[in-house]
Design a protein around this ligand. Structure first.
Ligand code: 0RA
Length: 647
């Protein structure tokens, strides 16, 4: 296609331009419709959207390296070495392609669809949305031997696309500053961006992605590049759990329905860690590709065991759960026209993908098992152990059921229940320690708030099998109080409270207990997290008082503010000022606990979400595994982690 130079374009203010202004206005009026929210989550989506476009260029085979920089003012630069966004004048729109990509909704660089086999992007909204929601945005394209530049303010161009001179390479650079008029949070989380970009690098074998944070002194820089792709991802996710076999099972297959990449490895843990992706998007809710994978795994392992005389009895077999115990697995598929379904649009609907994945996994896994007989034997032995434990647990559970212990009926003795019974109105506080539990019982509103005190460190469910978990008193008390069963028997509709609030001390032990509880919910009652029922209470860190005035502070910042206000700016040395640091919930009397932490009118609750199960899950696995040091480091950073779950 012959490209005319932008200078020769007509710059009439036509119908197209009016459409552009209308489009931008729509995005700025209802940003949530395009990027989900205007909180930290939406803010981070802007970066993902821009990076996704560069990754698409990499997937098309034209880009090898992407550099992301967070600048000191929280503006962002994304540079790639792809072909550059086209600058030729669009035949009917009469504007350069790059300008269209940045100003026309859904044009998003993909107006030229044949170039891309598949394309990612959670919302697929395109860079024009990023442009509309940025105070300013600059684009620099290297293409056709020239450097091209254009600048926008809140989506509106400040000048025509300009030829800045010769260029010896190709690529696209986008710099943007999110609009503080739109976003409630404008500060990027290095951790959140790191984990998403790392994930992108694992999913796109060989692609180099670097992240620089210039807000730090000196600036930090990390580069992600994995020649092993998903095989390296599995090793990363396995963390410090011990592998049952050395080599990761890995293959790539191209089918008419989908391109498939799979890696898996078994470890000596008891949980399953499977992550599935479609066009680089984490399919938290699973779907047809996952169904195909599970079917193939169960079938192939059973076939192998039978053929090689590993089963003792003729009718012996392994269930799906058995062959997935201790499994770390990542499946990534690329599909031309993905249909996303489910509550959070993260479930793959395309039915043709199921068969494609199933046959590919059957074929490759069968070969791998034949070629690795030692590993195959170890995996099957591991699955057989799981089957035996499951059988023992089933017997224990039947027994427990008979005693009516897990199915409600008899509530635990330590539970102070509320008087209302409509779950949508009620909440339960799971409180660390009997003394804080006592204060909470006295301070609560007993009509809708129930209190369950638990003893310090509960069992680490990451390191225990189901029979041991069910034998633990604290855990049984939680299961019966919530009334909805666990794991495969869990029934969300039976949950007795729609808010389950974890309330622990604001110290290291409290953070550890909170992590143990979250691990428990994540592993045994994941639907509670998915339904948004799990919360974390925020007790104050300080009470600042002077005379009759008192203020509770929930952060260092708030403490400083409070001191300033109560002393009219004189500071901590002012006479009569009293600052109390709360180390534990027990230091508050019932009335204070109510006012600061439990009263729905004034309290702050953090909702625990599943947005990035891959991230959260690897945190759980790494931290709740056998090694002490990462756990200690984690606990020290724990407050940030909760925020991370939220983003
Ligand atoms: C459409 C066509 C072509 C490149 C791109 C889009 C493109 C978009 C972005 C966004 C960020 N980086 C990008 N790199 C490339 C090229 C078509 C051709 O050269 O034939």
């Amino acid at each position: 296609m012959a490209e005319s130079t932008p200078e020769s374009q007509s710059s009439e203010y036509g119908a197209g331009q009016i459409q552009v202004l209308k489009g931008l206005e729509a995005v700025r009026k209802r940003p949530g419709m395009y990027i989900g929210s205007t909180s930290g989550r939406g803010l981070h989506h802007l970066v993902y959207e821009v990076v996704d476009n560069s990754v698409d260029e990499a997937m098309a085979g034209f880009c090898t390296s992407i550099q992301v920089t967070i600048h000191a003012d929280d503006s962002i630069t994304v540079v790639d070495d792809g072909r550059g966004i086209p600058v030729d004048i669009h035949p009917t729109e009469k504007l350069p392609g790059v300008e269209l990509a940045l100003t026309v909704l859904h044009a998003g660089g993909k107006f030229d669809k044949q170039n891309y086999k598949v394309s990612g992007g959670l919302h697929g909204v395109g860079v024009s949305v990023v442009n509309a929601l940025s105070e300013w945005l600059e684009v620099e394209v290297r293409r056709k031997g020239r450097v091209w530049h254009q600048r926008f303010h809140r989506g509106i161009k400040q000048k025509e696309l300009e030829d800045m001179g010769p260029a010896s390479s190709t690529g696209t650079k986008i710099v943007f500053k999110p609009d503080a008029e739109i976003f409630t949070e404008t500060v990027y989380s290095l951790e959140t961006l790191t984990s998403r970009l790392r994930e992108m690098a694992f999913l796109n074998k060989g692609l180099e992605i670097s992240l620089t944070d210039e807000r730090l002194q000196p600036a930090s820089e990390e580069t992600f590049q994995y020649e092993g792709g998903l095989a390296e991802y599995v090793i990363f996710l396995r963390g410090n759990r011990q592998a049952v076999h050395e080599n990761v099972v890995y293959f790539q297959a191209e089918r008419p329905e989908a391109d498939i990449e799979l890696a898996l490895q078994y470890d000596n843990g008891f949980s399953e860690n499977t992550h599935t992706f479609v066009n680089n998007i984490n399919t938290h809710e699973g779907g047809s590709h996952l169904t195909g994978l599970k079917a193939a795994l169960t079938r192939t392992i059973n076939d192998y065991a039978r053929k090689n005389g590993i089963f003792k009895k003729a009718d012996e077999s392994l269930s799906g759960d058995d062959v997935r115990e201790g499994l770390t697995c990542v499946l990534s598929v690329r599909v031309m026209e993905p249909q996303f379904e489910g509550q959070t649009k993260t479930k793959l609907g395309n039915s043709e993908v199921r068969g494609a994945v199933e046959t590919a996994v059957n074929e490759h896994l069968a070969i791998w098992l034949e070629e690795n007989p030692k590993a195959a034997k170890a995996i099957i032995e591991k699955s057989l152990q799981a089957a035996r434990a499951r059988e023992a647990a089933r017997k224990a559970r039947d027994l427990a059921r008979k005693k009516n212990a897990l199915e409600g009926g008899v509530l635990p003795g330590k539970l102070a229940d509320c008087s209302l019974s409509d779950p949508s109105m009620t909440e339960i506080y799971i409180v660390e320690g009997d003394s804080a539990g006592g204060s909470a019982k006295q301070g609560r509103d007993r009509s809708f708030q129930a209190i369950l005190p638990i003893k310090g460190k509960i069992l680490n469910v990451e390191r225990a099998r189901i029979d041991k978990i069910l034998g633990n008193d604290e855990i049984r008390a939680m299961i019966t109080a919530l009334g909805a069963g666990i794991r495969d028997d869990f029934n969300l509709d039976k949950t007795r409270y729609h808010k389950i609030i974890i309330m622990t001390d604001a110290d290291v032990d409290g953070a550890h207990i909170r992590t143990l509880l979250l691990t428990f919910f994540f592993r045994q009652m994941r639907e509670l997290i998915e339904a948004g029922y799990i919360y974390i209470a925020q007790p104050p860190l300080y009470r600042v008082a002077k005379g009759k005035e008192e203020v509770y502070a929930y952060s260092e910042d708030q403490r400083e503010q409070a001191v300033k206000r109560l002393t009219n700016g004189r500071g901590e040395e002012a006479k009569g000022l009293n600052i109390q640091r709360y180390k534990g919930l027990g230091e508050m009397n019932p009335e204070q606990l109510w006012r600061t932490t439990m009263d729905p009118q004034t309290r702050t609750l953090l909702q625990v979400t599943m947005e990035s199960a891959a991230g959260a899950d690897s945190i759980f696995s790494r931290l709740m595994g056998d090694e002490v040091e990462p756990r200690r480091q984690f606990i020290e950073k724990n407050a940030r982690y909760v925020r991370n779950l939220d983003i």
